[in-house]
Design a protein around this ligand. Structure first.
Ligand code: IPE
Ligand code: IPE
Ligand code: MG
Length: 240
């Protein structure tokens, strides 16, 4: 492990944005941007593990991204499939790389074969402990909070929980990220300055880092810049 960083975020969120614009700039179909973005995802994940990040969450497909043309959605689903097949082939390597893969988001609505491959990848990497890699697919922060609320309401209906026992901590324990630390840093490339429904609960006290670089052009050097800037931030969590 690389010890250049004295202060590192424990949990980094990455909104992988700008694939479409990257392709357009080159006169290529949008799908080519998603392919290039998927390669960068692999590279940055390896790098994050190498420098000692414990948790990293990538926004790969939002609950709102279903509004895109079918052809683009099919292309993105095909990239998920490729990634999942490839991870399966390289299981030993994943184990060696210490990557625990987890999927956050609604499974309902995704192609069944992808859901099965996801379950398998989660199961087979469940003991890897260097880095937890969450992939947010069919994910929306509001849908996630609603999901938590439904589970708590069901517990109340069964008489296992009283309404007054519902605390922020209880809600957090029923999110997809239950048991994981909240986000310390959110990285959004492509010059957009919004969360787009990403981890709205977990980002409550996260630092934000923006860049004009489009995701397919994002490099480990850009990641380093985010790490150095993060180390300089003064986090107060409402205190003085
Ligand atoms: C992010 O890149 C990838 C997904 C949302 C799946 P975009 O496809 O949003 O790229 P731009 O924002 O159109 O450039
Ligand atoms: C956010 O990017 C979703 C992902 C990166 C998966 P979008 O491109 O969908 O966000 P908006 O529409 O610009 O807010
Ligand atoms: Mg976008």
């Amino acid at each position: 492990m690389d010890s250049r960083f004295e202060i590192l975020p424990r949990h980094v969120g990455v909104i992988m944005d700008g694939n479409g614009r990257w392709a357009k700039k080159r006169g290529l179909p949008r799908g080519e941007g998603h392919k290039a973005g998927a390669r960068v995802f692999r590279e940055i994940t390896k790098y994050a593990r190498r420098i000692g990040i414990e948790y990293i969450t990538y926004y790969a497909f939002s609950t709102e991204n279903w509004n895109r043309p079918k052809e683009e959605i099919d292309g993105i689903m095909e990239l998920f499939r490729e990634y999942l097949f490839e991870s399966e082939e390289r299981l030993d390597e994943n184990e060696q790389e210490g990557m625990q893969v987890r999927f956050i988001g609604e499974k309902a609505g995704l192609p069944e074969d992808i859901v099965a491959l996801m379950a398998r990848a989660e199961q087979e990497t469940s003991t890897a402990s260097d880095i937890v890699v969450n992939l947010a697919i069919n994910y929306g922060g509001q849908a996630e909070i609603a999901h938590s609320a439904r589970e708590l309401a069901a517990a109340v209906a069964r008489g296992e929980l009283k309404p007054e026992e519902i605390t922020p901590d209880q809600i957090a324990q029923h999110l997809y990220t239950a048991g994981q630390p909240p986000l310390d840093l959110v990285i959004r490339p492509s010059g957009e300055y919004r969360l787009s429904n990403f981890m709205i609960w977990q980002a409550a006290y996260a630092e934000f880092w923006y860049s004009d670089v489009l995701w397919p052009d994002f490099t480990p050097a850009d990641f380093d810049r985010a790490m150095f800037d993060f180390a300089k931030r003064n986090r107060r969590f409402g205190g003085v």
